[in-house]
Write a protein that binds this ligand. Structure first.
Ligand SMILES: Cc1cc2nc3c(=O)[nH]c(=O)nc-3n(C[C@H](O)[C@H](O)[C@H](O)COP(=O)(O)OP(=O)(O)OC[C@H]3O[C@@H](n4cnc5c(N)ncnc54)[C@H](O)[C@@H]3O)c2cc1C
Length: 484
């Protein structure tokens, strides 16, 4: 962190929020409602980040137990508070007047509970609340640096649309820049060379600024750095624009048999598409092949996985996009067609045979790979094979925080004046996925409340001891550590 040189203008506010997605919008709204003078800065020409591209499903784990079961490597302390705050956050959204479905959708991403929302109305309402309280919301302004005084963060330096350097002096800064999925060097460091093959399924502004700024301020890293959210897409695709993000996603992959380019299975498919998307990244050329039958073709492939995603024929969309595809009346014929793509024919035949045998016996393993008791092998022709590739929407690793939204240093101590939320924080999801919008909104509220408290009273928000998140190691959770 370095003190900025000579800004063209210096302005004093209480809270600076960096990034206007769901977490930044919630943080800014919450801080403004607490009486803080807030400025919300967005680098792009429009507000909303990936949240504005999303399907608007506001969901997470239904209970702390369900969170821990689905995300055993997740940060249990953050997860428990996330789940505990969900109902209150939902009530706040309903009170805003934005559309929130009356009935919940169950088993989202196999285990979650959530409500369909008008996410654009929610984002707009947050910004209106900021402005109503006298705050500002600005686009075209990129935060480039944090400023500090001793160990405390004292504001940011930003570059506005006209290229002017503006210093915003503030006792509290909230980082909500949406993750580091657009930073190829950072992805490659954590994921490996196949990171270059991940299609970016995100707003283009989330390139790791929050992580970089927090590190420069002494923030300690988190775990979960090689894990991320995304969905399988056809391979290849002739174009991939923001309007293609939802229709190209092959959400039904959990109902298929998935093999790599060698013809081998590598994961229990029923884990769901967002986990298979990560698994396939580590396979040869980061490519997979989905094999499924007429039953899946006429059910899961065309059904809406949850409200807001649209009832479309995802296979037809994949073919329009240029995806590699084969169809045959028998499985043997399909295997021969897939072999023409360079896949080992004998291996693929053996994979399908063993998988079917294991599934018929109620699950187990096939060639060393788990087969779920709920697995349903391809039985009725015509049979289909679609080549797929992984994508990245946001990263699960990031700034280490406690459940007050305070950024922590390497020893687990809060960095005075620095807060983070949403996809900028690490470890809430870790391979398993706890949702994006609800965790963003809820952690944004934590950070906004704590930032406003510091700015308006000069004190830490919580009277109770601040707890650092659990340190998670490969072998399981270590003990929770008190921050001083
Ligand atoms: C197609 C799609 C569908 C999705 N559907 C769902 C869904 O239905 N349910 C769900 O839970 N999740 C969904 N998600 C995920 C969800 O949108 C994200 O998890 C969520 O938006 C993350 O919130 P955020 O505030 O952390 O980041 P974002 O919403 O991405 O916002 C980050 C913002 O910060 C800005 N920024 C970055 N750096 C700077 C800087 N230096 N200065 C100023 N501004 C900066 C960026 O430009 C961006 O606007 C979906 C995502 C996509 C792409």
């Amino acid at each position: 962190m370095s003190q900025s040189g000579n800004p063209d203008e210096t302005r004093q506010v209480d809270v600076v929020v960096v990034g206007s997605g769901i977490s930044g919008s919630a943080a800014a709204m919450t801080a403004a409602r607490q009486g803080a003078r807030v400025v919300l800065l967005e680098k792009q020409e429009s507000f909303g980040g990936s949240a504005a591209l999303s399907a608007g499903m506001f969901w997470t784990a239904p209970t702390a137990e369900a969170y821990n079961a689905r995300i055993p490597l997740g940060n249990a302390a953050l997860g428990a508070r996330l789940v505990g705050d969900y109902e209150e956050a939902l009530a706040e959204l309903r009170a805003s007047g934005a559309r929130v479905a009356a009935e919940p959708k169950m088993n989202i991403m196999t285990f979650g509970i959530g409500y369909s929302t008008d996410i654009h109305a929610i984002l707009e309402w947050c910004r209106q609340e900021v402005r109503r309280a006298g705050g500002e919301t600005l686009t075209g302004v990129t935060v480039t640096e944090l400023t500090h005084d001793g160990g405390s963060v004292t504001g940011v330096t930003a570059r506005d649309a006209a290229g002017r350097a503006v210093r915003y002096a503030a006792p509290a800064v909230v980082l909500t820049t949406g993750g580091f999925q657009g930073a190829r060097d950072e992805l490659t460091r954590h994921i490996g060379p196949n990171a270059d093959r991940l299609l970016l399924r995100s707003n283009p502004g989330s390139v790791g600024d929050g992580l970089r700024l927090a590190r420069a301020a002494g923030s300690g890293g988190t775990t979960a750095m090689s894990t991320f959210y995304g969905h399988l897409l056809p391979f290849p695709v002739s174009r991939f624009e923001t309007e293609d993000y939802l229709p190209y996603s092959q959400y039904y992959s959990g109902s298929t048999v998935m093999v790599n380019l060698r013809g081998e299975r590598f994961a229990d498919e029923t884990k769901g598409d967002e986990l298979l998307n990560q698994d396939v990244t580590f396979q040869p050329e980061a490519r997979g092949i989905l094999i499924f039958d007429h039953h899946v073709r006429t059910t899961e492939v065309i059904q809406e996985p949850f409200p807001g995603l649209g009832t479309i024929d995802r296979l037809a969309t994949a073919l329009e996009a240029g995806g590699t595809y084969a169809e045959a009346e028998t499985l043997d014929e399909l295997v021969r067609k897939v072999a023409a793509w360079g896949v080992d024919q004998d291996k693929l035949s053996a994979t399908l045979e063993q998988y079917t045998a294991a599934a018929d016996q109620g699950g187990g393993t096939a060639l060393g790979v788990p087969v779920s008791p709920t697995a349903r092998p391809p039985r009725t022709g015509p049979f289909h094979a679609l080549m797929v590739q992984p994508s990245i929407t946001f990263t699960f690793g990031g700034v280490r925080t406690n459940s007050n939204g305070e950024a922590l240093d390497h020893d687990g101590r809060p960095i005075p004046g620095l807060y983070a939320a949403g996809a900028d924080i690490g470890g809430l999801s870790n391979y398993g996925y706890a949702g994006g919008l609800a965790p963003g909104y809820i952690t944004g509220r934590w950070a906004g409340r704590a930032a406003a408290q510091r700015a308006t009273t000069g004190t830490r928000r919580s009277p109770e001891p601040i707890r650092a998140p659990e340190l998670i190691y490969a072998g399981g959770p270590a003990t929770e550590k008190e921050a001083s």
